[in-house]
Design a protein around this ligand. Sequence first.
Ligand SMILES: Cc1cc2nc3c(=O)[nH]c(=O)nc-3n(C[C@H](O)[C@H](O)[C@H](O)COP(=O)(O)OP(=O)(O)OC[C@H]3O[C@@H](n4cnc5c(N)ncnc54)[C@H](O)[C@@H]3O)c2cc1C
Ligand SMILES: NC(=O)c1ccc[n+]([C@@H]2O[C@H](COP(=O)([O-])OP(=O)(O)OC[C@H]3O[C@@H](n4cnc5c(N)ncnc54)[C@H](O)[C@@H]3O)[C@@H](O)[C@H]2O)c1
Length: 454
Amino acid sequence: MQKFDLIIIGAGRASNIAAKAGKLGKKVAIIEKSKLGGTCPNRGCVPSKLLIGYAQKIREIKDSKKYFIRAIIDDIDQEKIFEQTNEYISKVEKNYENKFNENVTVFKAEGSFLENKIIEVNNTKITAPIIIIATGTRPAKVPFENAWTSDDIFPLTKKIPDSITIVGAGFIACELANFFDAIGVKTTQLVRGDTLLENEDEDISEIFKEQYCKNVEVKFNTTIKKAKLKNDSFEMILDDEKIHTSDALLYAIGRVSNADTLKLENTDIKTDKRGFIKRDKYFQTNVEGIYVVGDASGEHMLQHAAAYEMNHLSKFLFEDEKKALEFKYMPHAVFSYPEIASVGLTEKRAKELNINYVTSTTSWLASAKAQALKIKYPKTKFILNPETYEILGCHLIGYESATLIHQVLAIMHLQNDIRNLKEMLYIHPALSEALLPAAVEAVKVIQEYKESQK
Ligand SMILES: Cc1cc2nc3c(=O)[nH]c(=O)nc-3n(C[C@H](O)[C@H](O)[C@H](O)COP(=O)(O)OP(=O)(O)OC[C@H]3O[C@@H](n4cnc5c(N)ncnc54)[C@H](O)[C@@H]3O)c2cc1C
Ligand SMILES: NC(=O)c1ccc[n+]([C@@H]2O[C@H](COP(=O)([O-])OP(=O)(O)OC[C@H]3O[C@@H](n4cnc5c(N)ncnc54)[C@H](O)[C@@H]3O)[C@@H](O)[C@H]2O)c1
């Protein structure tokens, strides 16, 4: 049996914990069955955002008539787009290998538990007093043979399709369908309900739907009953019995836990109903010394959440941080066209929680920079506690929303009071200034509420 100070299963974001522990002189084993770096740089956030960069540029050119410019796109070199993205992916693993010093042993194989503190990898038994499970998720299984998931395009090794059908209405479907449509692949998105991005605040997802469907062809309230690949083309029968065809079919219908690969039945570790590993506020499973972080916990499924957690866990294990990490506000963004960013409660959630709240929704158009973008829909919606001025939720839709939301986040993290957003100084007429009238309106709404309570 080989003995280590620390074993990590899953070399996604947890690679950073291994590198840090190695530098501190700990004897570390890190086990990875696929590529070092995990989902985000190999088949997730980074390559998908590289693709979205092309889509963004193409959309701007296509929109240029608003600026009295008649621009014609002569050619989009789809091959080059994928070649460059594939090239980025091909370098990830080497970069990660270079993070580790001689104290870190990398096992390139699937790891699983023989018992609570004993792991088997490559027919070797290894043990450590501390084990971190950071095994992430994989795409939900596709219901038809030869259908793709996002893993099949990162890297894309097959022929670029002339047409694609994308099933789903969440993050991945709305980011990738926008991309494929923008680069000239005939794209159809199939949605089983009548909303896109159903977890966003309702007002925001409505605006999104209206704008997004101006570009991407979306069929709502439909599913595929049967699908078969015939002569390099998918023939699909939809639930209204209509036939739909495309070269490729991609499912983006959520992700599932990888915990089923760990042979947890040999341990006392408990999972929830969805198969994600349970943990306490210190990220510890019900077995002492075994921790679970990142997507493997099924809580946030976002890279910045995984990074935040893992950074905290390494301070907790190897420095003097002994407090639990509090995720007060977890933001996210959808990098589609339009772009959405959001933090905290949606109005629907506030209603479900039966809490006292008020809302304010403001257009960005008071800002000259926003006007210069020549789009009318950008909005800021706040959900606020009218007693305390606390920002409970903030939802943005419009150009660079993911960037803009950070000033709201900063206020929420420091001293959460919407009046701070109103009183701060803004550069005129930066796009960020669009949040000033939103804060002014939000404070007014709260004051009107307070008046009404007198
Ligand atoms: C297409 C796509 C786009 C995304 N875009 C964004 C975005 O824009 N912003 C954002 O915040 N998040 C995004 N995400 C989510 C983000 O990628 C994840 O939240 C993040 O990668 C989670 O990191 P992790 O380290 O917890 O898990 P992972 O990075 O998934 O790492 C887990 C690793 O464990 C390995 N593993 C699993 N089981 C075993 C085993 N038994 N033995 C050995 N190894 C094992 C896996 O091979 C994997 O490498 C995106 C995801 C996808 C799929
Ligand atoms: N910008 C970002 O931060 C970003 C981008 C991409 C992915 N991600 C992460 O990756 C995760 C996975 O993304 P995703 O888009 O696969 O999941 P998701 O949970 O965002 O969306 C899944 C979608 O599939 C639909 N769906 C589920 N089962 C279906 C079925 N059988 N038939 C038809 N539709 C079905 C759901 O209604 C939903 O619209 C996200 O939860 C997110 O955490 C984040």
